[in-house]
Design a protein around this ligand. Sequence first.
Ligand code: TRP
Length: 466
Amino acid sequence: MSESTSIHGQWSSRLVFVLAATGSAVGLGNIWKFPYITGEYGGGAFVLVYLGCILLVGLPVMIAEILLGRRGRQSPINTMRMLASAQGVSPAWSWLGWAGVITGFLILSFYSVIAGWAISYAWETFSGTFSGASAEEVGDVFGTLVSSPGQLLFYHTLFMLLTMYVVGRGVKQGLEKAVTILMPILAILLAIMVGYALAQGAAAEGLRFLFQPDFNAVFQKCTEESGTQVCTFTREPLLVALGHAFFTLSLGMGAIMVYGSYMPSNVSITRAALMVVAADTVIALFAGMAIFPLVFANGLEPGSGPGLIFQTLPIAFGQMPGGLLIGGLFFVLLVFAAWTSSISLIEPAAAYLVENKGMSRPLAASTVGGICWVLGIGTVLSFNLWSDYKLFDRTFFDLLDYLTANILLPLGGLFIAIFVGWISKRHLSESELSLSPGLFKAWWFVLRFLAPLGIFVIFLNAIGVV
Ligand code: TRP
């Protein structure tokens, strides 16, 4: 295992790895998905379970996933095959890489459609659509957008082209600069929004909803139905919190593994992982703090679903001084955040095509992006023409989201934990992490026992066994 660089290149420093991995982690998951699922699953208690999953499952699995990538120095498929034979187990472990490639396709197909919403909103905000608009008018703009397959398809196509462009050029170029400058600006803008929401919105109510756990609400799902909130018993919240921990940290499908494979050998994996997890969590909580005070101040339903941020933030942008500029910029940066995430979703597949099929990077990126684009048409239609076609009470988009975040990613994480914790030799991980003995033992214990058991129990819970 002495090979120390990848054929695809290498990040120039730890900072660049941390930025790239943070770029992958921070995205629509933090700003779009976290607030709306928190709203659906009743607030504080859900947030607490989510934070627990981040710390006890997400962080240890992230360390393991980076470790595998850096040890293998290839696309996840080839890395898993090679590491499995090095440990004398079946090369069928490369299936973990394949499953990740498929999961990445499925996620990007809908991710791109939602990122398209953000592009459309950047445009609408700058051009003054929301100036002085009431909550109702803002809601109508969202309704009009999602009911138009043509518009959704247009923005989905645009975003997919952006993604293919960067992956085609090589993740390192361009990306390094984009993440260094843009991510900090996004954080500052988000902080401004938090300040505004706390000052002008229903701060107390919003913060209580987000941070005060009400454990009676743990097994409830509340959604909006024709203007009123309906809550029903459900076993979903634990699974959704776990799934979102994976989704928001980009874990369980090889994205962080492939980024790890471009990581210099002398960089501390644990410290890098801690920074990524911290940044990701802060941004998600900020997003919640910016949105819920506005939700309550405007009499909106927290459980109104995937449109939540698009129906709340523009109200503030339309009212605050300089709001159209700040708001437009906010959505532009949201698109950038989504962009630095989306490239990591297809990088594992693109790296594989370059390694095994001898494709050029642009060809590999277009091939993979093309597949995701076609799949994305299903999500486009699920908001309008197909909105009544449901399976298990879910639209095509809901199904994809549920299957990937709540099932495929945690399963991928489970197998990563098993591979590093039970199949790889302990001393390999010990020497690569170079932690103090106490810290190493703590990580080793959590990775071998707590994380896999946690995932397993939450799965059992979701199907009603425990
Ligand atoms: N983490 C990103 C977000 O929060 C999405 C993402 C990028 C992702 N790469 C991933 C999710 C890999 C799962 C797996 O928006």
